[in-house]
Design a protein. Structure first.
Length: 320
């Protein structure tokens, strides 16, 4: 069945925020799905500070087009558990990749054996890239909008950390253990910093509504948010090179098994467009689509355009 010819006329509107809970290694993970019985599995991965609800303007579009549309709260975010260093160790894209891999195995596979499409925003894009490298035979394509992380080209891989890097990692760990993140998060929620951050992320300010502010603010107010953020700060700062975007892109480039689309906002203040151009120039197999007058969260600022670009990319790949 060709996806571009399929429109599910019998599709029933579902509450895309209806929570389901899955036990992953002793942690509660929250996820939602629309069109679960559809043919093509797709997972939406949110960015830093967001949650599965950030895809509220995208999921139904794909569910109506024969996609089993899943979105999940990565560990530490949304309504999923927020473990700290004592509970989970360091939190980084390696851990989140393992979470997604097990989600595919335990939640999606009992219902669907098809290759999975991954669509990510920012941090979610890095997680999707990580999954594409370790699960290339199960991933149909990755759509990253945008892709964070420092990008270094023509860099030789190191087999082990240098003494300086080990010292830096130790310093970072000690720093964040004693850094008063609890006070910082309290001030962030009380001083309107979240809205300021959204104003910087969004080029179209009218899209910053109460629902958006609420979905970003609520997880921060949980008593476990600071400990989880501490595990993220340490984990992301001290990652091995093989979990950094530059290395992952080189690995994916060697096989070219997973088609890769970058959708980048021309007005992105968080990760400037030149980063996307740098990736596309060095990795010619990566397709870059630039969206004018849009910022860091195109899927929420310009959902209709984002959905169309993503759908046409998938359609042209003839994945089914």
């Amino acid at each position: 069945m060709k996806i571009f010819e399929y429109m599910n006329n019998n599709f029933k509107e579902e509450n895309i925020n209806l929570p389901n809970y899955w036990n992953w290694n002793g942690f509660k993970v929250c996820w939602s799905v629309s069109g679960e019985d559809n043919e093509i599995p797709i997972i939406f991965l949110h960015g830093f500070g967001a949650s599965r609800k950030h895809w509220r303007k995208n999921i139904e579009y794909f569910a109506k087009r024969n996609f089993a549309s899943y979105s999940l709260d990565l560990i530490g975010f949304g309504d999923s558990d927020q473990p700290g260093i004592r509970q989970i160790g360091k939190l980084n894209n390696k851990i989140w990749c393992n979470q997604v891999k097990d989600f595919i195995t335990q939640v999606i596979r009992p219902k669907n054996s098809g290759k999975v499409i991954l669509i990510g925003n920012s941090l979610g894009s890095l997680v999707a890239l990580t999954c594409a490298v370790s699960l290339d035979d199960q991933i149909a394509t990755v759509i990253a909008s945008p892709l964070p992380d420092q990008i270094q080209v023509n860099k030789t891989s190191k087999t082990k950390k240098s003494p300086l890097k080990r010292f830096q990692d130790r310093f970072i760990t000690i720093f964040f253990i004693f850094f008063p993140l609890e006070i910082i998060l309290f001030l962030i929620t009380k001083l309107g910093v979240i809205k300021l951050g959204l104003n910087s992320a969004y080029f179209k300010k009218d899209n910053i509504d109460g629902e958006l502010i609420d979905l970003v603010t609520k997880p921060v107010l949980r008593r476990t948010s600071a400990r989880s953020l501490r595990a993220m700060c340490i984990g992301m700062s001290s990652r091995d090179e093989k979990f950094q975007a530059s290395y992952l892109l080189r690995k994916l480039s060697a096989s070219k098994k997973v088609p890769f689309l970058l959708i980048w906002g021309e007005k992105d203040n968080f990760i400037p467009l030149f980063v996307g151009k740098k990736i596309a120039n060095f990795h010619r197999w990566v397709k870059l689509k630039i969206v004018s007058n849009s910022g860091h969260c195109i899927h929420d600022e310009d959902p209709s355009l984002f959905n169309t670009i993503s759908y046409e990319w998938i359609r042209d790949l003839k994945i089914i």
